[in-house]
Design a protein around this ligand. Structure first.
Ligand code: HEM
Length: 544
């Protein structure tokens, strides 16, 4: 009788019942997940001390409460742990909405950063829920990474004229669309991030997929929306049971379909050319072509239009927002630092412009080789991204080796454990950087040691990175400069990004003045992330 009436009740309230089950399951997973892995110091038996657990009613779901509090407090917890434990060579834990995280001391970084992917893997695969937000072919084989690292970087000199041309065309196309009418003194107001995002998306795509497609607004819009949609979708996916993955990823799939509509005819044309043995010299020479050739070589599901289009969008995702944020932050810093420059002194904007004109006198023909001589520009960019792109942590990794991994200090990390290193606390530690929170735009100036150097791609080798004299390029990765990650997974696109950013800032300084801003637009901290203010308005004025 009871069973029958329960069944009837459930039939009548199927929606409510499903939602309740889902809610219960979610609460259960929030409480129970990530808690079973035992991280321990094998020599002392100590386990990493948690930072951020509630100090009152400690019996009442402390981890769950810490996870919920992590939205606003993670930076403070990591900073507290950095000074209490990391600086004494000890690990600590934080429990965030994103899972249990072991924060290892900086002293473990050098032995961990180059561990092979059979031992540890980059955690983005999990945090970005790559199997749902992209697809299985991306998660199974990231062959686009060596293509970016080797082929794209090697072609930088030859693609620079295309970057210069596309930046020029896109600034001229988008500024009139996005900026207000000029006032009587010629100043126009613009939401700078909107402009830089569009310009970077179009310019990067010129190099990724060619002239034919990079100006197609519907495609560009779809690729930007896709990239924007990845973070919220993956967060949702990571909070709910995996069975809901296919449902939560529907909006992203619809956007991908829109982008694919434009990519498909071009991909098919290029595949046909390869199959018809069109000589290599007559085929396009861009990132999409290299991706198509590598996909065909792998065959099967990798060689479908869908998988190839998804891979193009994956590279665009990694490239466009990071570069746009860096470009926009640089312009914010130029405007803000100008307002702090005493009257009569040269502002950083004037200093960079003077350097530009001396390296590229009119008619300002940029080329990759001389771009490297913009030492003040490189130093400025490097300092801006140091202060603006680093979140609470860097180099998140998951242990995948069956037996786990034990550091030389005896910290045993079992299979499945996630670990990372303090980032913002490290770069704002006065023992690491002098006046660490100030934007000292000549901090990384290297013009004095640069004579006789080769290209930066040749010089940024692991050996040279240990040489403090050469530790000054924007693209140099050192253990105290985590903007581009570390070791095996350090950003493969950073040479491309640095080159594009230099041309972008150079174009801007030659064509526009920037009105000083009294306040730097504040960013917003969310769990581990420092999210830039993308709404801030700037005032700009044409120079001619
Ligand atoms: C200023 C711009 C950029 C910044 C600040 C940046 C930053 C980063 C960071 C922090 C990582 C993670 C590294 C780690 O965990 O150790 C990364 C990885 C990556 N970046 Fe960038 N990036 C930028 C531009 C680009 C560009 C332009 C591309 C492509 C052309 C790109 C492609 C990638 C890829 C594919 C990875 C994954 C590497 C791996 O898993 O081994 N990035 N980037």
């Amino acid at each position: 009788m009871i069973v029958q009436s329960t069944a009837e009740f459930l039939q009548e309230h199927i929606v409510e019942a499903s939602v309740s089950c889902l809610a219960l399951y979610t609460v259960y997973s929030l409480i129970s997940t990530y808690t079973k892995l035992k991280v321990v110091n094998v020599a002392t038996g100590e386990t990493p001390i948690p930072v951020g657990l509630p100090k009152t009613y400690t019996w009442f779901f402390p981890k769950l409460r810490a996870r919920l509090a992590s939205f606003n407090n993670t930076f403070d917890w990591v900073n507290e742990g950095y000074y209490k434990y990391s600086k004494n060579g000890k690990p600590f834990m934080v429990y965030t909405i994103d899972g249990d995280m072991v924060i290892l001391p900086h002293t473990s970084l050098s032995e961990i950063k180059n561990l092979p992917s059979s031992v540890v893997d980059i955690r983005a695969l999990q945090t970005l829920a790559v199997r749902y937000t992209f697809d299985n072919y991306i998660a199974d084989d990231m062959f686009h990474i060596p293509i970016i690292r080797k082929d794209l970087t090697a072609k930088l000199a030859s693609v620079t004229p295309a970057i210069v041309e596309e930046l020029d065309l896109s600034f001229k196309h988008y500024i009139p669309k996005l900026a207000s009418e000029a006032d009587e003194k010629g100043w126009q107001t613009i939401t700078m991030y909107d402009l830089i995002l569009k310009v970077v998306a179009r310019t990067s795509h010129r190099v990724f997929i060619g002239e034919e497609l990079c100006r197609e607004e519907e495609y560009l819009d779809a690729s930007i929306k896709y990239a924007v949609g990845i973070f919220p979708t993956s967060m949702l996916l990571n909070c709910f049971p995996k069975v809901l993955g296919p449902i939560f990823s529907i909006p992203l799939k619809l956007i991908r379909r829109k982008a694919r509509k434009h990519l498909e005819p071009v991909i098919l044309k290029r595949i046909a050319a390869i199959r018809n043995n069109v000589p290599e010299a007559e085929r396009p020479n861009d990132l999409m072509q290299w991706l198509i050739e590598a996909s065909l070589a792998r065959g099967g599901g990798f060689a479908t239009v869908d998988a190839i289009a998804c891979r193009v969008l994956t590279v665009a995702f990694a490239a466009i927002h990071t570069t746009s944020l860096s470009g926009c932050n640089t312009l914010y810093d130029l405007a803000y630092l100008a307002s702090k420059t005493p009257p009569g002194e040269q502002t950083p904007e004037e200093m960079l412009r003077e350097e530009l004109i001396s390296v590229f006198p009119p008619p300002h023909e940029f080329n990759k080789r001389y771009m490297q001589r913009l030492y003040n520009m490189d130093a400025f960019l490097k300092e801006t991204v140091r202060l603006s792109l680093v979140g609470a942590i860097h180099s998140e990794r998951n242990v995948i080796a069956k037996g786990g991994f034990t550091t030389s200090a005896g910290i045993h990390l079992p299979q499945g454990a996630s670990f990372t290193f303090p980032a913002v606390s490290r770069i704002t530690d006065p023992e690491v950087y002098d006046r660490p929170t100030e934007h000292l735009y000549t901090r990384f100036y290297r013009g004095d040691v640069a004579e006789g150097m080769h290209s930066e791609e040749e010089e940024v080798t692991e050996k040279n990175e240990r040489d403090r004299k050469l530790d000054r390029y924007m693209v140099t990765v050192t253990e105290d400069y985590p903007v581009f990650g570390q070791g095996l997974h350090a950003c493969p696109g950073r040479f491309f990004a640095a080159n594009e950013l230099r041309v972008l800032i150079a174009w801007f300084l030659l064509h526009y003045d920037i009105k000083p801003m009294k306040e730097r637009p504040p960013s917003w901290r969310f769990v581990y992330l420092d999210i830039m203010n993308t709404e801030a308005k700037m005032q700009i004025r044409r120079r001619d």
